[in-house]
Design a protein around this ligand. Structure first.
Ligand code: KG4
Ligand code: ZN
Length: 365
């Protein structure tokens, strides 16, 4: 197989239409030649969540535009591409189908190999694209739609240690922001408000810390935040900015404590493998939160373990991660054909028990 490979990646499993070109030469750091994302947030803003039909239509309209943009930015043409990688699931079926159809058309038209990629593998392999982490490493994938601990053993073997049984943390940030009157997306609003709040002002629960293992729950925490808000509204007729700040700080501290404690447990399980270069990596939109990052960094430092968090643009949904995951599969000779199917449900670790929850964006994984 060629020493230098150039892969076009396509992503459309949720509400971002994305295309990217990644190049890698054996023994060198990979290069992201382009990374184009069209976010659909505005299209769904009036509906309080992602509307699958609107998302699918927007993907179908934007996919070729994004592919053209990704090729143009990389100053390459399809002829220069070694293979086309596309998210084949999990995700909203209409969007995934749009991406898979687009990739099949390009692959068939240009006579290029087609590679179907699991979206979660894209997130989970990102630390190898950004920091060249060696297997095995521990991954905390934490976003608006996902929350799970994985040990990445290889590009094709992921062991799920646990995950949320209901909401994803990003979803909880968004809902709590909404109920205390802060703008969407909730994560950054709550993080900002929390800076001037007192994290001890409200006693919010740390769900499931009394239970063994790495599973988590964030839905009860959201309800507790709702009760705390209602108590303030009843007592004083509304919320002052200081109340928003205090609720934000208390909520953020509760999420941080749960993630840190469950990461500590996941880390203990991972360290039993005695990895040569132990590392924890975090990915997903919630990984942008500085308080959460700092607490995970501190935990890693305490255990003498490397900590990596990719730049935000590569934490949130993007196609560079899909191109990279496709690159890893291509190097292993894992190529698909035109029968590649879109899969709305596609757990990374098929041996682990099915997750109960799904997250606001519906990816069942
Ligand atoms: O990975 P992402 O872009 O999309 C998916 O969910 O797939 O993550 C978006 C989520 C939103 O729920 C947003 O509120 C949350 O990540 N988020 C944050 C922060 N920035 C984004 N949550 C906490 N703190 C932040 N700074
Ligand atoms: Zn994602």
């Amino acid at each position: 197989m060629a020493k230098t490979l150039t892969i076009l990646g396509i992503e459309s499993s949720c509400d971002d239409t994305a295309a990217a070109v990644v190049r890698h030469t054996d023994g060198q750091s990979p290069e992201i030649l382009s990374n184009e994302v069209f976010g659909q947030t505005d299209l769904h803003a009036d509906f309080g969540g992602v509307v699958p039909e609107i998302a699918a239509r927007a993907h179908a309209e934007k996919l070729d535009v994004m592919v053209e943009a990704a090729l143009a930015t990389s100053t390459l043409s399809l002829a220069d591409i070694d293979a086309i990688a596309v998210t084949a699931g999990p995700g909203l079926i209409g969007g995934v189908m749009s991406g898979v159809m687009c990739a099949k058309g390009l692959a068939a038209g240009a006579g290029k190999p087609l590679i179907g990629v699991n979206h979660l593998a894209g997130h989970a392999l990102t630390p190898r694209l950004t920091d060249q982490l060696e297997f095995p490493y521990l991954m905390l994938l934490v976003s608006g739609g996902h929350c799970q601990f994985l040990i990445a053993h290889s590009a094709t073997k992921f062991q799920r240690l646990g995950g949320t049984i209901d909401d994803a943390p990003g979803e909880a940030f968004d809902k709590v922001a909404k109920l205390i009157g802060l703008p969407q997306p909730g994560g950054p609003s709550i993080e900002h408000a929390a800076k001037s709040g007192d994290a001890k002002s409200h006693k919010l629960p740390r769900p499931m810390l009394d239970r063994d293992g790495c599973d988590m729950s964030f839905s009860g925490l959201k309800t507790a935040a709702l009760r705390a808000r209602d108590a303030l509204v009843t007592a004083q007729g509304g919320l002052h900015p200081q109340d928003q700040a205090n609720l934000s700080a208390s909520f953020q501290a509760a999420v941080t404590d749960v993630l840190a404690e469950k990461t500590r447990r996941a880390l203990a399980l991972y360290l039993e493998l005695e990895p040569k270069a132990p590392a924890i990596a975090v990915a997903g939109g919630v990984a942008a939160n500085q308080t959460i990052r700092a607490s995970l960094q501190a935990l890693a430092t305490d255990h003498g373990v490397r900590f990596t968090a990719p730049p935000l643009k590569l934490c949130t949904d993007n196609a560079a991660m899909i191109a990279w995951a496709g690159m890893e599969r291509f190097r292993l000779g894992l190529i698909d054909d035109l029968t590649l199917a879109a899969r709305p449900r596609w757990p990374l670790d098929t041996a682990a028990p099915a997750m109960l929850g799904s997250g606001k964006k519906g990816a069942k994984a």
